[in-house]
Design a protein around this ligand. Sequence first.
Ligand code: G6P
Length: 368
Amino acid sequence: EEIELGGYPHYMIKEIMGQPESLRTCFRGRVDTRDGRVVLGGLTGLSRELVRAKRVALIGQGTAFHAGLIGEYLFEDLAKIPARAHYASELRYRNPIIEEGTVVVAVSQSGETADTLAAIAEAKDRGALALGAVNVVGSSIPRETDAGVYLRVGPEIGVASTKAFVGQVAVLTMMALYMGKRRYLSQADLDGYLAELERIPDHVAEIVQQSDHIKEAVEDVVTRDNWLFLGRGYNYPVALEGALKLKEISYIHAEGMPAAEMKHGPIALIDEGMPVVFVATGGSQYSKVISNIEEVKARGGRVLAVADEGDTQIDRYADHVFRVPPVSEPLQPLLTVVPLQLLAYHAAVLRGHDVDKPRNLAKSVTVE
Ligand code: G6P
């Protein structure tokens, strides 16, 4: 086991730190900046179906559902196709509008989640084209779907999913660009995204270097039992994922939500010292997020913010700032989730928990 851990105390931190390499493997041969295209061998022969698709339904559970929520934004933004993320477990029992012309994308690390498998069967019965975005090669979901794209991030051992999440988001980004190119996305825009994608692994390498800094920030708030995670747009699902990571391994109660939603109720929870984590990277909604931060500060909350490198304004409002290189909004989740993974990891270790074996959780849930 010591050899497999490669000097790290836990698989989770090894997998977080290894994300630059996992992403390089995920993108290799697929992000082709020279010819300006996305190459997804698994989708070959499906161009017609993808061009004509009426809608996309993304399905998954847990972390995979959060990746699906980001997919919702990606497919609508980049491929201009109505998209919706569903908990696989819910989709099945609600007579969903899934028919011929619907592309279902099943997102999963293990490829064995029973809820997701059951939803795939239901979607196929209704005439949908079922695709997989799965990590484990040869698992059940790739066998049950019509086609798919593997994450290629390597085996994930830590129970709290980290590199599989960024792999899922990376694959959904490539799928949306692949489909977008066949629909409304211009070559110039595609070229821009490809150039940015190619640099994402290096950016992640830079972010993980802040691990010690993130640990120090966590020490400041780790005794608190209720946290909020807030973000807008593409970073709203990232806030959900940050809260889930913290719950899973540190057993701290955390809630994620769209930043604007705070004032419609949860603001009542904020008191002296309550930790509130903001994903506050640059983009169309930055100034709105800053006002949300001011509301938290006015009530004595402790603000931890993920912000762009070079954003000096944020230092005036946040107690602790974690930096990410600035990228286009659709690509931000690939970076902004990383400080939140480290935050959850350090919180759990500081509280003395076994992060690789969290209580009550299984790596893969094969019952409905
Ligand atoms: C379990 C795991 C979660 C995971 C979810 C979906 O609940 O504990 O970490 O996100 O299943 O798993 P999958 O293998 O389908 O991604």
